[in-house]
Design a protein around this ligand. Structure first.
Ligand SMILES: CC1=C(CCC(=O)O)c2cc3nc(cc4[nH]c(cc5[nH]c(cc1n2)c(C)c5CCC(=O)O)c(CCC(=O)O)c4C)C(CCC(=O)O)=C3C
Ligand SMILES: [Fe+2]
Length: 407
């Protein structure tokens, strides 16, 4: 076959298209940057939520323990840079804006900047991999609010928005997110083994449990009412985590050459004690495991995409202390953060979303997305009633990225 390229020379691939999108929004939670930000930030987060004052004071202490600064902002900046680099390596120079729900830079400001630069179609990457009110609808409600504000500022009619923002689907079962977690779990097992070997050299009885260490997956607890309401998207918040956990434990076990026993536990419960939340709490679960004879654990925070405050405080400070008190050898697996396989996956999801938007707009059948596990890819556009706080109770607050904003 004739070719004008010398063997072994790589031609640069023609860039994949991100059309119809002209900007990406990295859309996150936000966190305080210093001690003076802590209270106003917490007021933003908890407005109208009925979180008891003692719980707020306690959470403020978690932030003050780290100088009043959450690690989340630096991590989002790093992810923003990694996304720009990955898009660039594919020949795409799409701007990546960063906006938060609860602290600056706020979503409204990010979208205003995009609009001023001429963007009209934006694709959002929410820094939450799972679907529930907290990880899906709340982001979409706040997005609708930011678009309304922006519209009003430039004199549009109520409900008319200056830009259209779509979001990538819930990506908990996307291969990039799952593989990032598999790699992190394998590394944690190897760290635990290395620590056990070092200890065994120093003291003859150490190290026995590392090879059989139990894998404890952890995610953010939510009220059971929110868990029930999450079923509208096809599988509940808990079922989504169980699907990822099964896939990660199996793949990590294959790499490590053993069967891994695992469980799913929860952290960061808030709300009044009378309100049921998903359990067991990770500290209670570690205690139960130690009582039953477990001697080593890997703690894998699959519910979080980066090492923000829940991970830094609830896991690295509290849960690791619980493990030490119980005499459990414990290593916390990394979050996916800016791992290459995860960042590549996010850009794949942006391009997949763009491709399906083009197909839909051309009246063609959209190409199905890829997913691992048993649940299949989640929807691009949320179904009516998706991810409410309570099943069957509409909030009356409109939400973006839905076929029916008021449902
Ligand atoms: C499922 C879920 C995620 C994961 C999905 C996602 O990542 O979005 C998440 C993330 C986060 N949650 C965060 C912080 C807080 N969450 C709170 C409160 C709450 N979270 C809830 C759920 C979730 N939260 C719920 C049901 C509440 C009760 C009140 C309410 O319904 O909203 C409160 C109030 C005090 C308290 O009650 O603890 C704070 C300060 C931060 C920032 C951390 C940092 O600063 O590094 C992040 C990334
Ligand atoms: Fe949803």
């Amino acid at each position: 076959m004739a070719t004008d390229t010398a063997p072994g020379t790589r031609t640069s691939p023609s860039p994949a298209s991100a059309a119809p999108y002209d900007a990406v929004l990295l859309y996150s939670f936000g966190g305080p940057d210093g001690p003076d930000d802590v209270l106003p930030f917490l007021r933003n987060v908890t407005a109208g939520k009925g979180i008891p004052d003692e719980r707020l004071a306690e959470v403020a202490e978690h932030y003050h323990h780290f100088g009043g600064r959450s690690p989340i902002n630096a991590q989002n900046l790093a992810l923003q840079r990694a996304l720009v680099a990955e898009l660039g390596s594919r020949g795409l120079d799409l701007p990546v804006l960063w906006g938060n729900r609860n602290w600056q830079p706020y979503t409204r400001d990010a979208l205003a900047a995009a609009h001023a630069d001429g963007a009209r179609r934006v694709v959002a990457i929410v820094t939450s991999a799972y679907s529930s009110y907290s990880g899906c609808r709340q982001y979409r409600e706040d997005l609708y609010g930011a678009l309304d504000t922006l519209g009003a500022e430039i004199g549009l009619e109520p409900g008319e928005h200056p830009l259209q923002v779509d979001k990538i689907r819930a990506y908990f079962n996307h291969p990039g997110f799952v593989q990032g977690n598999v790699d992190a779990v394998v590394e944690a097992y190897r760290t635990l083994e290395a620590e056990a070997e070092a200890e065994a050299e120093a003291d003859a009885d150490g190290g026995a449990g590392a090879a059989a260490a139990r894998l404890v997956f952890v995610t953010h607890s939510i009220p059971t009412t929110m868990e029930e309401a999450s079923a509208v998207s096809g599988a509940t918040y808990r079922e989504q985590h169980l699907d990822v956990a099964r896939a990660v434990a199996q793949a990590a076990g294959t790499i490590l050459g053993r069967t891994i026993e695992w469980d799913l536990a929860y952290c960061s419960r808030s709300g009044p004690p009378s309100q049921p939340w998903l359990a067991p709490d990770v500290n209670d679960h570690l205690t139960a495991l130690a009582d039953a004879g477990t001697t080593a654990v890997v703690i894998a925070p699959i519910g979080f995409v980066s090492d923000h405050m829940e991970v830094a405080f609830d896991l690295d400070t509290e849960a690791l202390e619980t493990a030490a008190d119980l005499g459990l050898a414990a290593v916390r697996a990394a979050t996916v953060g800016t791992r290459e396989v995860f960042v590549r996956g996010l850009v794949d999801l942006v391009l997949e979303r763009a491709g399906r938007a083009r197909e839909r707009e051309a009246g063609a059948e959209p190409t199905p997305g890829v997913a691992v596990g048993d649940l299949g890819p989640f929807r691009d556009v949320c179904a009516p009633g998706c991810c409410r706080q309570r099943a069957g109770v509409a909030s009356g607050v409109p939400a973006a990225c839905s076929t029916d904003p008021l449902s």
